[in-house]
Design a protein around this ligand. Sequence first.
Ligand code: NAD
Length: 471
Amino acid sequence: MPESTKIKVVNPATGETFEEVPTTTRKELDAATKRARSAFGEWRGVSGLERAEIFHGISRTLLEHADELAETMTKEGGKPFIENRDEVDWTAACFDYYGEVARDSVGYLPAPIEAEQLALVIKEPVGTVACIVPWNYPLLLAAWKVAPALAAGNAVILKPSEETPLATRRMAEIIEGLPDGLLQTIHGAGDVGDMLVRHPEVDMVAFTGSQETGRKVGMVTAERLIRANLELGGKDPFIICDDVDIEVAAQGAVWAACLNAGQVCTSPERFYVMKGVAGEFLEAARSHVESLNIGDPMEKATDIGPMINAAGRAKVESHVGEAEANGAKVVVGGGRPYERGFFYEPTILTGVEPSMAVMSEETFGPVIPVVEVGGLDEAIAHANSVPFGLGANIYTRDFGNMLRCMREIRAGTVWINDPLTDNDAAPFGGQKGSGIGRELGREGLEAFQESKHVHIDPRVEKKEWWYPYGE
Ligand code: NAD
């Protein structure tokens, strides 16, 4: 059980600790769950229309504080400021979206058994929801849970990653209009996360993180028989057909692979390029990678910032090192550009094999392993060959190719000619080992709703199928 200690917040661009945040104790969590329960009661009395107005207010507040929040995220997480600034916009948009969708999602009327009766399906909140998020998109991934959970009428206890507690703490401070205790933030590492998931006053867990931690969370929620939404890791494929502008496809591929230094759950990590254009693709990708600025994430001109920490970079180095030792070739990158901070160069590899870690496990870094394929059959077979199924990207102009990829690739999202574009109004999540459940869209609200069937017969009459059967 966690004692009251402190989390050290490190700037990944320098490797230096710049702030400390107290870890939540069991006693504090007990108190938080009590406050959540009482706020939940109060929130039930707030109409959908009022909730929507509060949510639009939250969205405006986030935008008013956008620069400050983005700066904090950059300092604690290392993602370039420009990407963090976008993240605040998307976070605000998520509150706007769920404020409106929830008003329109309170239930439906199925056909009753008899014409004189009325059947209702009412959507109700689950109770207190634990939201546990990783460090790579701290505010956005929190909003994808917190906004629909609150909109559905629940109370929320939010635990950000121990790497990035500050922007989340600030977001919770500036949010106004909710009953006291409806949204609370607790802090700590895996032990605090585990304490939260096991807490008897927690009714549901919405988790985003690695497969390994997701499995642990899922074991606890299964044991407790409470609901869990699990958004886990990926090993996304990226297919480049020979009927597109290869320069555009190469730039799209490099951007998608190197965004947030490759630390996006949907970062493409395996590239399958049709034989006829593989040479052209490699040359275009290499020259684009060489043109990128790696450096201070606060600088406007910076394309790629540092990785989150030394352990994250060490994993990438081990994947690249193992590939090289087994015959892969580094086309560009493969090293540390600076001594200070946790930077790693964007790296293109050729000569990779499916058995290598860089092609089978989540690397979570700016690495682009390229494989030449003879046709779409081979590309799709490769795409489906790993136990992950989060996203998939394809570049093609051919409608038949689009339809085949759409139907045949097992992934939660398929992006065609526009990598990594998420949409609040469409579900996001993983197939296979990449998760259970969906966020965003209507599915993302339903995840936080219980369905209650109400059957009403206005007539008080004895039914002919009751006892005694002998009559
Ligand atoms: P992580 O699994 O190490 O940690 C995620 C969160 O879980 C953190 O807040 C952590 O403190 C907490 N945690 C750790 N152990 C716990 C336990 N036993 N019980 C409860 N909580 C616990 O992941 P990370 O390193 O922070 O993030 C990177 C991973 O997240 C990658 O695998 C990435 O693919 C994944 N991710 C997935 C999505 C998605 O939507 N599918 C989005 C972003 C990141």
